[in-house]
Design a protein around this ligand. Sequence first.
Ligand SMILES: Cc1cc2nc3c(=O)[nH]c(=O)nc-3n(C[C@H](O)[C@H](O)[C@H](O)COP(=O)(O)O)c2cc1C
Length: 322
Amino acid sequence: MTSAMNKKVLIVQYSQTGQLSRAAAAVAAPLIESPSVDVHILNIEPVKPYPFPWPLLPFLDVFPESVYLDPPELKPFDIDDDLEFDLIILAYQVWYLAPSLPITAFLKSEKAKQLLANKPVVTLIACRNMWVMAQEAMKTMLASLHAKLIDNIVLIDQGSSLSSFVTTPRWMFTGRTNAFWGFPAAGVDENDITNSRRFGLALEQALQADQEALQKPLLHGLEAVNTDYSLVQTEKLAYRSFKIWGKIIRKVGKQGDSLRKPVLILYLIFLLSIIVTVVPLNIVLKRILSPFFQKRHMQMKEYYELPSGSGDERMEKFSGKQ
Ligand SMILES: Cc1cc2nc3c(=O)[nH]c(=O)nc-3n(C[C@H](O)[C@H](O)[C@H](O)COP(=O)(O)O)c2cc1C
């Protein structure tokens, strides 16, 4: 039921396969069902749609702009000008350790300034498993909009890091998600998506009690996020090389320019060689050395898990509720 007294929640989303929209829908369901909350969904649409499944070169070609947060043009936003929201849920996927380009474009738009300034924002990420640097970029963009990040929910692809290294690219390049040759299905486990309902239940209860106005975390104790420290190290390493290669490729030509092709292929060879050499070496070294740096690792883990944290003390209260 729509009423002037109702709390207004905006969900901003861009998803190619629909996985992230399903996660956002699971979170939104208790809010939509609530008689005292109105939910608006804003789908972000680039003027030039990105392909799915991805051909290899276009997949590589979005890398420099993703890393440099260089926004594509978007279609006009389908939302009334006079609407003001109490809470914004920003659902995004990660592209090359940065928010996906359509979401970056939204955050750099005038509309985002108008919608997000001084508002509490919950980010919802569904990606392979490397989201830490993207969320750092997200924090900076939200801060420049004077938006307040109050929570972060992260869903990652099922299986080990090694298996999603195979299943996620297979999914991106062919569209196939089925389990094969002992590898699990691609993408986030459907149970993790369904169980995201708990976040919506907690948000609904908080909105009823006007807690969003305090601009403090509302989703603590719900296992909203879990950071793997060894992946953080890998991300930091990869991010540095992405910046260097991204700069070179952007100097060679604009996105879509055929001059970029040879450099992109060179970059791919570089990337694959790093992945099979430096990345495993880095992980093994970090594991061996980790007993000596445990305190520092815990501090870093806590930092990247802010604002929601990985605690589970409210799981019983909000899980399994219809
Ligand atoms: C161009 C591109 C780059 C990606 N880079 C990353 C990445 O750096 N880290 C990560 O965990 N996932 C990455 N992914 C996977 C996405 O975050 C996401 O899981 C996938 O695109 C499915 O999203 P959707 O179901 O919302 O369309 C990338 C996907 C694409 C298309």
